[in-house]
Design a binder for this molecule. Structure first.
Ligand code: GUN
Ligand code: ZN
Length: 468
């Protein structure tokens, strides 16, 4: 092909080896000896067979010798999507799991979140959570911050600086909070939400966007929910909240909103269920409520670690999928104690097996391939970001993890060479960040971290690549 027929955007890099991903039709597609090229805008330019190297290199204008070859025990998979995580709760992750939801919020959560008025505290926690999630392969995160506008903007800045794709929500809550200094009036919540959205959008971060965030119905008056529904609609924004997580909470919502037919109906009434809405949990939704999710295009974030840890419930994912409701996985730090989506994958499999144990006649068990899809493409669909990320379709951003199943000093012993499907299954069940050699977001390598160069004499040389 003549040079003039080349695609406009030059190729930045090409990898050759095994790629695994999900498509609309298949939970797991494995491509062995494939060639994947990423252009200088960070998008997947082509994905072809290795034997076509000569032809593809001419079409796209790169040198075959510049191609990076993966080892036999390596593969690329799409980046993990965390559809629900409280960045502001990271400081107490792994503790405080001894109470049910409503008590847990009052005793642990609200007092800690009130500390984010202090920007230095916020900077410390938010830097650590962005680093921790990135090195665990979370290329997209949908974050709850706190009610504080400045600290929430700082979370957006930190995600942008580290190169993570993120939705960031300033939390809104104008009732039922007993903690001093951690509440807002209706007017404050509305004004600060508008300021937060305006200022975050003004930064023009390419991968970080605001999300309208009513904490959950019990924390918000109908008037606030109404305002937030209008703000989201007028600015075409994402929406996130919690729904039907725990029995006591569902009962409370019935008492607080006696005119609504269901918990789902409360949000629907205030225009908070759209195709850009993600609601966490949904353990106790009725089939009618799931039908309303389906009709509006709203999605669910399944957070099994949190559901087990706070003894909230067990979501029947199979039933949600049967209703054609979009669903992704969430860590729900710190109700969930792990910030890793790999943990969410394992707990999702556990939850579906618990349901199978309880009712062996029902076919509810999820396969690891299905859960892999939920953690990647499913998450991107749940966040309505699947036109940009979620798999290796040509034209999408290259959000990817380079996995080394046999990493030195890693947690997996490979006894013999294995096929890609087994390598993926082993990584999902046994792997950790030691197996994640590189993380890419929109074509940019974001892990290993590149630390800013220190003020030096110039003799030390090189960037530091901190270990885990
Ligand atoms: N419902 C309202 N707020 C929260 C929260 O911070 N965590 C969880 N798990 N559920 C909630
Ligand atoms: Zn949550």
């Amino acid at each position: 092909m003549a040079t003039s027929d080349r695609p406009d955007t030059p190729i930045a890099f090409v990898y050759r080896g095994t790629f695994v991903h999900s498509t609309q039709q298949t939970a797991l597609q494995t491509l062995e000896d494939a060639l994947l090229g990423v252009d200088t805008q960070g998008k997947v330019a082509f994905i072809r067979e290795g034997k076509e190297l000569e032809k593809v290199s001419q079409t796209f204008g790169f040198k075959p010798s510049d191609v990076t070859q993966l080892a036999q025990h390596e593969f690329f998979m799409p980046g993990l999507v965390d559809t629900h995580i409280h960045a502001s709760q990271y400081s107490y992750a792994g503790t405080a799991l001894d109470m049910p939801l409503l008590q847990w919020l009052k005793t642990y959560t609200f007092p800690v979140e009130s500390r984010f008025k202090d920007l230095e505290f916020a900077r410390k926690v938010y830097t650590q959570i962005v680093r921790r999630t990135l090195r665990n392969g979370t290329t997209t995160a949908c974050y709850f911050a706190t009610i504080h506008t400045e600290a929430s903007l700082l979370l957006g800045q930190i995600a942008n600086d580290f190169g993570q794709r993120a939705l960031v929500g300033k939390v809104c809550m104008d009732r039922n909070n007993s903690v001093e200094h951690y509440k807002e009036t209706l007017q404050e919540s509305q004004d600060e939400t508008c300021r937060f959205i305006k200022e975050l959008l003004n930064k023009k971060y390419p991968l970080v966007k605001p999300v309208v965030t009513p904490r959950f119905a019990p924390s918000c008056t109908g008037a606030l929910l109404k305002q937030l529904g209008e703000i989201a609609k007028n600015n075409n924004l994402h929406i996130q909240s919690h729904i039907s997580e725990n029995v006591e909470e569902v009962k409370l919502v019935k008492e607080l909103f006696p005119d609504s037919e269901s918990y789902t109906d409360v949000y629907h009434k205030y225009n908070l269920l759209t195709d850009k809405t993600v609601m966490a949990h949904g353990c106790y939704l009725s089939d009618e409520e799931l039908a309303l999710f389906r009709e509006t295009g709203a999605s669910l974030s399944h957070c099994p670690n949190s559901n087990f840890s706070l003894c909230s419930g067990v979501l029947n994912v199979r039933n949600v999928l049967k209703h054609n409701v979009k669903l992704g996985l969430g860590t729900d730090v710190a109700g969930g104690y792990s910030a890793s989506v790999l943990d969410a994958v394992r707990r999702t499999l556990d939850a579906s097996k618990v349901l199978t144990i309880q009712d062996p006649a029902h076919d509810v068990t999820l396969s690891f391939e299905e859960v892999f899809k939920l953690a990647t493409l499913g998450g991107s669909q749940a966040l309505s970001l699947n036109d940009q990320t979620g798999n290796f379709e040509v034209g999408k951003d290259f959000d990817a993890l380079r996995i080394n199943v046999a990493a030195e000093d890693g947690p997996i012993d490979l006894i013999q060479p294995e096929k890609p499907k087994i390598l993926l299954e082993k990584f999902l069940n046994l792997g950790d960040d030691r197996n994640i050699a590189e993380v890419f977001v929109a074509g940019k390598k974001v892990v290993p971290f590149t630390e800013p160069k220190e003020e030096t004499t110039g003799l030390e040389g090189g960037n530091r690549h901190p270990t885990r």
